[in-house]
Design a binder for this molecule. Structure first.
Ligand code: BG6
Length: 491
């Protein structure tokens, strides 16, 4: 692991601390940073939620979470105990201005006012405004306090604006960290390096050389225990509006003047604003939604989405989305950017495929496969460039594709940190470069909203697909209509 500098000590309060995200992601991420000596012993991680728990009860839950979600070779019992010594719990009803707040405020004496404070809101987004108001009323906001907002920020443009307005009354934009964990993924950041530190790619990064781009985030899991949240959200809000559009921005943006947060975010914003608007009439031609039925994933028969929701439930919520987007700019012309995300697909993989144009003419007599650059975000982070090469042997000029393959994990022989590790530390450092600015979130909602509205207007229902397949046939037809095909042969 490269040397890591210790960060300043802090008090980190997580609202929604008994939830899945805290247990599965946040606590393990803090533990890893502590293990790498990035967090000093004097830091405090304070879980806040409505359940009546003591510090000890919460530590027990935290210990269980670490045993479950941290790989055994990184678990050291003595270290776990030291880490748990930094963990506290406060039973507080964040949305109500009631006396339960005393449980939290009493943890913050005058002597802690100079320490960095972070309030991470992992609750339902409707509560963000009220929690911030309470933080202000209880005088918990100091000059070095930041607030972190988990996605989704709102349910649509209007609710997103409302939340941003509410939070904005109590925090300056520079202290608001809207998290999109895809931006914390190493390979997503590496995309910036790949593009702007390697002129060999950047010279070809335009409509003259690129035929189309595919961005896929596929999952094998269903909705697990999150049915209520998910059914109210669906894949468009859960994955496309944030994660996939952010990745699209990094693929399509112009080089920022520097890596300064605003420079980078200005360029991403320009991409979001250059996305060809989708009208209600366009929706059936450029967007496909699907919902999984029963099927086999990894050899196991898994229930349909509706069965997972519970007996007798009906729902039109989409668990799969495919969209054809276009970035209307000088660089991209009408190059299609296909976005695809779904649950219960055959493999867990997130990747970007940049497909280059075909040769104008083949001197080999046979059709040549176009070059493809595959940027693998997870698992097995790396890049692969497919090239046509001669098949060895005396049979003449027979060509077939071969791959130039770089596995980042092997190249750098290091553990790939979870996205939250980097992002949590950035919130303490106060570095917003990998967080979404208000205008970006609102521009992303503006673009997806016509699709949401068209689907909600009840015209049609999601296409069926069997769990364990690459989504409905309509998704294939969407891309085939422009002469393209989804990459489906990834493991
Ligand atoms: C979350 C979504 O933001 O991202 C989940 O709410 C999804 O539904 C998850 O499973 C996927 O993240 P990753 O890092 O596993 O690709």
């Amino acid at each position: 692991m490269p040397a890591m500098s210790e960060i300043e000590t802090f008090d980190y309060v997580v609202f929604g601390a008994t939830g899945d995200l805290t247990m599965r992601k946040l606590l393990p991420a803090f533990y890893h940073r502590f293990r790498d000596k990035q967090i000093p012993d004097t830091a405090r991680i304070i879980g806040a939620a409505r359940s009546q728990l003591s510090d000890e009860d919460f530590r027990e839950r935290a210990a269980k979470a670490l045993r479950r979600f941290v790989k055994p070779d990184a678990l050291d019992e003595a270290l776990v105990q030291r880490f748990l010594g930094m963990v506290f719990y406060s039973s507080v009803n964040g949305a109500e201005a009631e006396s339960s707040w005393d449980n939290l405020t009493r943890l913050f004496g005058d002597d802690s006012r100079d320490k960095i404070r972070v309030f991470y809101l992992a609750t339902s987004p409707e509560l963000y405004g009220r929690i911030c108001e309470n933080l202000a009323t209880k005088q918990l906001i100091t000059p070095s306090t930041r607030v972190v907002l988990e996605k989704p920020i709102g349910h649509d443009l209007e609710t997103a604006r409302h939340i941003n307005d509410q939070v904005g009354k109590f925090f300056a934009e520079s202290s608001i960290f809207r998290i999109d964990h895809y931006l914390g993924k190493e390979t997503v950041q590496n995309l910036i390096a790949l593009r702007f530190a390697n002129p060999v790619f950047e010279r070809l990064w335009n409509a003259d050389a690129i035929d189309h781009v595919q961005i896929t985030a596929a999952e094998t899991v269903g909705v697990e225990g999150r049915g209520d949240y998910y059914d109210n959200s669906g894949a468009l809000r859960d994955m496309i509006q944030n994660h996939l559009l952010q990745v699209l921005c990094l693929v399509a943006m112009e080089p920022p003047g520097s890596l300064d947060a605003d420079n980078l975010r200005n360029e991403k914003l320009k991409v979001l604003r250059a996305l060809k608007p989708i009208t209600a009439a366009d929706v059936p031609h450029v967007a496909v939604r699907g919902q999984y039925g029963r099927g086999s994933v990894g050899g196991d028969i898994v229930p349909a989405y509706l069965e997972e929701l519970g007996e007798g439930r009906q729902s039109d919520t989409e668990t799969f989305v495919a969209i054809k987007a276009e970035v209307h700019s000088w660089r991209w012309g009408s190059v299609p950017f296909y976005l695809r995300s779904g649950k219960r697909l055959p493999s867990k993989v997130s990747e970007i495929v940049v497909q280059f144009r075909e040769t104008p003419w083949s001197i080999f007599g046979s059709k040549l496969e176009p070059n493809r650059l595959i940027i693998r975000l997870q698992p097995e982070e790396g890049i692969q460039l497919s090239i046509m090469s001669k098949d060895p042997g005396p049979d003449g000029m027979v060509l077939r594709p071969a791959n130039i393959d770089v596995s980042f994990e092997k190249a750098f022989s290091t553990r790939y940190p979870d996205a939250y590790e980097r992002l949590l530390m950035d919130t303490v450092r106060g570095d917003p470069v990998l967080f979404m600015r208000r205008d970006e979130v609102e521009a992303a909602w503006t673009w997806v909203e016509p699709i949401l509205k068209a689907w909600e207007s009840k015209s049609g229902t999601p296409h069926h697909y069997s769990a364990g397949t690459w989504g409905p046939d309509a998704a294939r037809a969407l891309i085939q209509s422009s002469g393209h095909a989804w990459r489906e042969d990834m493991k």
